[in-house]
Design a protein around this ligand. Structure first.
Ligand code: FES
Ligand code: FE2
Length: 334
C-alpha cells in the first residue's frame, strides 16, 4: 500500500512549453505601478528588526583558525566560534591599540590579537563589550543597537524554513552600491521577472498584488530549466522585516522551498557612497524521492545554486544600483 496517496495526482515536474519570443510576451509595466511598489516598500520599512542584522552564513563562521569580520552600518564587527560551537561577536578593533581583530587568530576558542597577544574569550574586557549574536543554523545575526536605533528585540525574526534535514540550503552574498531599500524595492517588483531575467523565468503573472490588509504578492511563474523545459510554480513574496524579503513556493515542484533576501547596510546611514550586502538564502525542499539523492549531493549542489543566484543578482544589483543612482540625483520617476 502506498503511503503517498497524493501520488495518484503526480505530475512530472517539467513541462514543455510552446516556443515564444521575449518581445511578444505581455508587458507588465501597467500592473507594476510605482505607487504600489512604493507603498509595499513603505510598509516593509516600518516593520521592526529589533536592531538585528544578518552578517553572513553560519558555515562562514568556522571553529578554530580565522575569525570572520564584517562592517555593518559603518561599525566594524568581528565574529568567531568557540570550541563548543557558540558564536561570539563584538567590536572589530582591539581594545589595546586598535588592531583589526578580523586578522587575529582563534586559539582554543579564544581570540588572540596578532599585534600584542591580548586575548578575548567573548566576555567584556578592557572596554571591549560583546554584541548580542544569534546563529539560526543557516545565518548569523548581530544586534547593533547604535546602528538600528529601534527598541531592541531579544531575538531576530528568522523566517520559517523547511525543517532541518529536509532542505538543501545555500547562501549567496554580494555587495552593491546602493542602500538596503533599493534591494528591497527590487524584490517587491516581481513583475520584472520574465522580462529582465528571461533565462530563469517565463510566463510570470502576479495573481494577487499586496494590499495594506494582506501584504503578500502571489505570483505564478515558471522556472526555466533549459530552453523549452520549465517548472511551473506559485510563489508568495512577503517582507517580514525592513531589510528582508522572503519568497516561498506554495504550489508546484519544490513546494515550501524558500528564498530569503537580506539587505545589510555596510556603510553608515545617509552615506554619500552607500554599500549594501545582499545575503540570499535558498532552502530548496521537495517531497520527491529524488530529493533524498539531492540532499546527499548538497555539497555539489550548493555552488550550483549559488551560481544561479549569482546570475540573477548581477542583474538585480544593476537594478538596485540604478534605483539608487536615480534617487540620489533626484531623477527617480514619480
Ligand atoms: S593592538 Fe591588540 S594586543 Fe595590542
Ligand atoms: Fe530580479
Amino acid at each position: 500500500m502506498s503511503d503517498r496517496p497524493e501520488r495518484a495526482g503526480w505530475t512530472p515536474p517539467l513541462r514543455r512549453r510552446r516556443r515564444s519570443d521575449w518581445a511578444t510576451q505581455t508587458p507588465t509595466w501597467r500592473e507594476a505601478r510605482p505607487a504600489l511598489i512604493a507603498d509595499a516598500l513603505k510598509r516593509a520599512s516600518a516593520r521592526r528588526s529589533g536592531n538585528w542584522f544578518v552578517v553572513g552564513a553560519s558555515r562562514d563562521v568556522r571553529a578554530g583558525g580565522r575569525p570572520y569580520g564584517r562592517t555593518v552600518g559603518g561599525v566594524e564587527v568581528v565574529l568567531w566560534r568557540s570550541d563548543t560551537g557558540a558564536v561570539h561577536a563584538g567590536p572589530g578593533a582591539c581594545p589595546h591599540l586598535g588592531a583589526p581583530l578580523r586578522d587575529s587568530r582563534v586559539v582554543c576558542g579564544t581570540l588572540v590579537c596578532h599585534w600584542h597577544g591580548l586575548t578575548l574569550d567573548g566576555g567584556s574586557f578592557a572596554g571591549w563589550d560583546p554584541y548580542p549574536v544569534h546563529d539560526d543554523g543557516v545565518l548569523v545575526w548581530v544586534r547593533l543597537d547604535a546602528v538600528g536605533g529601534e527598541e531592541p528585540l531579544e531575538r531576530p525574526m528568522v523566517p520559517e524554513r523547511p525543517a532541518a534535514g529536509i532542505g538543501v540550503d545555500a547562501v549567496f552574498t554580494t555587495v552593491g552600491r546602493c542602500e538596503p531599500q533599493d534591494v528591497v524595492a527590487n524584490r517587491l517588483d516581481p513583475w520584472h521577472g520574465s522580462w529582465f531575467h528571461p533565462y530563469s523565468f517565463v510566463d510570470l503573472t502576479v495573481a494577487r498584488p499586496p494590499t495594506a490588509e494582506d501584504d503578500t504578492f502571489v505570483v505564478d511563474v515558471s522556472f526555466r530549466v533549459t530552453g523549452r523545459l520549465v517548472v511551473p510554480v506559485r510563489a508568495e513574496f512577503t517582507a517580514p522585516g525592513p531589510r528582508t524579503v522572503v519568497m516561498r513556493i506554495t504550489e508546484g515542484e519544490g513546494s515550501s522551498s524558500v528564498v530569503e533576501t537580506h539587505a545589510t547596510p555596510l556603510t553608515r546611514e545617509a552615506e554619500q557612497r552607500p554599500r549594501t550586502a545582499v545575503v540570499e538564502v535558498v532552502v530548496a525542499a521537495s517531497d520527491r524521492r529524488g530529493f533524498a539523492l539531492a540532499r546527499a549531493a548538497a555539497p555539489v549542489l550548493r555552488p550550483l545554486m549559488r551560481r544561479t543566484a549569482g546570475r540573477l543578482w548581477r542583474d538585480d544589483l544593476a537594478y538596485a544600483e540604478r534605483r539608487w543612482a536615480l534617487r540620489s540625483t533626484g531623477r527617480f520617476p514619480g
